[in-house]
Design a protein around this ligand. Structure first.
Ligand SMILES: C[S@@+](CC[C@H](N)C(=O)[O-])C[C@H]1O[C@@H](n2cnc3c(N)ncnc32)[C@H](O)[C@@H]1O
Length: 188
């Protein structure tokens, strides 16, 4: 089922900067896994879903397909440029809305059937707090599902062993640790 008939393609939107282009490409790469996760988690028609760290809006568009015309999707991000782009790409699909807000300030009780986040919670200095708020935002028995990378498995498994892969893994791990200590741009 598809409700994304009025969504704009990236070619139809003239000004997308490098970081948001990266998010769009990254989300395309992850899409089959993201969809599988949501289906396995039980997200389906008619559900009201909150997405934390919605970025350029790709995950919200996928969710809108899954919940269909009787569901609703709310994307939340603290980066105004991401929100503007997500709104432009979504076009005028009535089931999707985006709010500019830091997910750390999330303060709702049981309003949603599901709360999800993709490639977001790893960036957080206090991921447990985010998960707790996500749990509080859904009704009893609701769904909470996060998709993210696990950097605790280091070096990355490889056969035969690859020194270059190990080096890359180490650099990525260090970059995320640095990010979680609050360094770097707010929108990454
Ligand atoms: C790597 S992007 C992922 C975007 C989207 N979920 C996707 O999969 O395409 C992370 C997003 O989380 C947002 N974000 C919102 N609140 C954040 C926070 N407290 N810490 C880190 N990132 C945050 C960033 O602005 C960014 O848009």
């Amino acid at each position: 089922m598809s409700v994304a008939t009025s969504a704009k393609t990236t070619d139809e939107i003239e000004t997308i900067d490098g970081e948001r282009q990266r998010l769009i490409h990254q989300s395309r790469l992850f899409r089959p896994f993201t969809k599988r996760l949501f289906l396995d988690a039980g997200i389906g028609p008619g559900m009201r879903v909150l997405e934390l760290g919605s970025g350029a809006g790709d995950v919200a568009l996928l969710l809108a397909e899954l919940v269909g015309p009787t569901g609703a999707v709310v994307g939340m991000d603290r980066d105004p440029r991401a929100i503007d782009l997500a709104r432009a790409r979504e076009g005028d699909i009535p089931t999707i809305s985006f709010v500019e807000r830091d997910p750390r300030d999330l303060d709702v009780d049981g309003e949603f059937d599901a709360c999800v986040g993709c490639l977001f919670v790893t960036l957080e200095s206090d991921p447990l707090m985010i998960v707790r708020r996500a749990v509080r935002s859904v009704r009893p028995g609701g769904v909470v599902a996060f998709q993210d990378m696990d950097f605790t498995v280091m070096p990355p498994p490889s056969w035969p062993a690859s020194p270059l892969l190990n080096l890359c893994g180490d650099l990525v791990d260090r970059a995320f640790r640095w990010r979680r200590r609050g360094h770097g741009p707010r929108h990454l």
